[in-house]
Design a protein around this ligand. Structure first.
Ligand SMILES: *Cc1c(COP(=O)(O)O)cnc(C)c1O
Length: 412
């Protein structure tokens, strides 16, 4: 990584970037929403494209001098449409939450009704949490998951029939099973609702054909680009042609000003990478690694919400160990494993404490971890949970996790 100029101009920030690089290199990253993007993507994001104002859309800008920007943004749009099989793409959303916000703005008036997955059951803040704009300005009804960690589609249907939502959202931040987009479409059609699939977490799996695609069934597909898709931090909205104008208008001038064209170039590069055969292999390995981790944890006597995972993530259920998610996430940090606390269904603890830990494999798979490495990770996690107050034991586990990191170097 070239930090030559920052080091000269701002050694204080340069030092922290170097330390952060070392943290990424020396720790096992199991936060399910994180990944390590390619150096090609980072070059695009760090390029001179950051200098350009380009309000509007390709070939319809409010500023002059956009001829190269227009080509880059058009390439990104075309690649998104091709990769995910949708008619139209807007690649300007600064984040996944803003992509969702634009769909709300394009389809509803304040007070209109939405049916989406509850946050504590695995949904996302931007799907209608009371502390988010989506819950403040819209009338939100939410569905959850059952004791098997699965969406109860008949329950979703009953709720849709009862509440007649204008928009139904499927897609989650913490759901370990395959989402049946066809069933959601049948429910949406039965009640005359529009359907949004938010594939922020599983976009890489969908792109590679490892998870079924929402494209045949959904009016709108939103995603982040920085999770399993492995691009720069940002969002994309895709939709059927009939909603293209409304979506574009909602993004700009509705919600955003000038698009981040350097990030859009990074999205274009990431979308190209995601269309390659190597990426298909990568996405397949993400799922193999998640299954190996889940099996390894269960073999060590730990519980996983819903049992075996079908995608890239799982939630460790700590209830029977008597430990909390908050404490164990801190213990894992001590042994060089980064993960986040998460609620489990019917969690007796508050959302700030929780009884679960969410674990995901996109990031470690990028650095080359394979099934046997995941079995070792499972052993380290189980030992850390069961002997969390044995400092010497934890030190030993830290050495084992560092060994795995050294076996699979990152950005070297
Ligand atoms: C991560 C995520 C988002 C939000 O992405 P940001 O870029 O953090 O705004 C939206 N929806 C789902 C399902 C997510 O998992």
């Amino acid at each position: 990584m070239n930090l030559e100029n920052i080091k000269k101009v701002d050694p204080e920030v340069a030092e922290q970037i170097e330390l952060e690089l070392k943290r990424q290199q020396d720790n096992i990253e199991l936060i399910a929403s994180e990944n390590f993007t390619s150096e090609a993507v980072m070059e695009a994001c760090g390029s001179i494209l950051t200098n350009k104002y380009a309000e509007g859309k390709p070939n319809k800008r409010y500023y002059n001098g956009c001829e190269h920007i227009d080509v880059i943004e058009s390439i990104a749009q075309k690649r998104a449409c091709e990769l995910f099989g949708m008619d139209h793409a807007n690649v300007q959303p600064h984040s996944g939450a803003q992509a969702n916000m634009a769909v709300f703005m394009a389809t509803m008036k304040p007070g209109d009704r939405v049916l989406s997955m509850d946050l504590s059951n695995g949904g996302h803040l931007s799907h209608g949490s009371p502390v988010n704009f989506s819950g403040l300005y819209f009338d939100v009804k939410s569905y959850g998951i059952n004791e098997y960690g699965e969406i109860d589609y008949e329950n979703v249907r009953q709720m849709a029939l009862e509440h007649k939502p204008k928009l139904i959202i499927c897609g989650a931040s913490n759901y370990s099973k395959i989402i049946d987009f066809k069933k959601f479409k049948e429910i949406a059609d039965e009640v005359g609702a529009l359907l949004l699939a938010d594939i922020a977490h599983i976009a890489g799996l969908v792109a590679a054909g490892v998870h079924p695609s929402p494209a045949p069934y959904c009016d709108f597909v939103t995603t982040t680009t920085h999770k399993s898709l492995r691009g720069p931090r940002g969002g994309i909205i895709m939709c059927k042609e009939e909603f293209a104008a409304a979506i574009d208008k909602a993004v700009f001038p509705g919600l955003q000003g000038g698009p981040l064209e350097h990030i859009i170039a990074g999205k274009a590069v990431a979308l190209l990478e995601a269309s390659k055969p190597e990426f298909k292999e990568y996405a397949q390995q993400i799922v193999k690694n998640a299954k190996a981790l889940a099996q390894g944890l269960m073999d060590e006597g730990m519980d996983i919400v819903g049992g075996m995972t079908e995608n890239h993530l799982m939630t460790l259920d700590l209830r029977k160990t008597g430990k909390t998610g908050k404490d164990m996430a801190n213990v894992l940090e001590k042994v060089g494993i980064t993960a986040n606390k998460n609620t489990v269904p019917n969690d007796p603890q508050s959302p700030f404490v929780t009884s679960g830990i969410r674990l995901g494999t996109p990031a470690v798979t990028t650095r080359g971890f394979k099934e046997e490495d995941m079995v070792e990770v499972a052993k380290i996690i189980a030992s850390a949970v069961f002997s969390s107050d044995n400092e010497l034991g934890l030190k030993n586990l830290r050495e084992r996790s560092l060994k795995l990191c050294e076996k699979h170097p990152l950005y070297d």
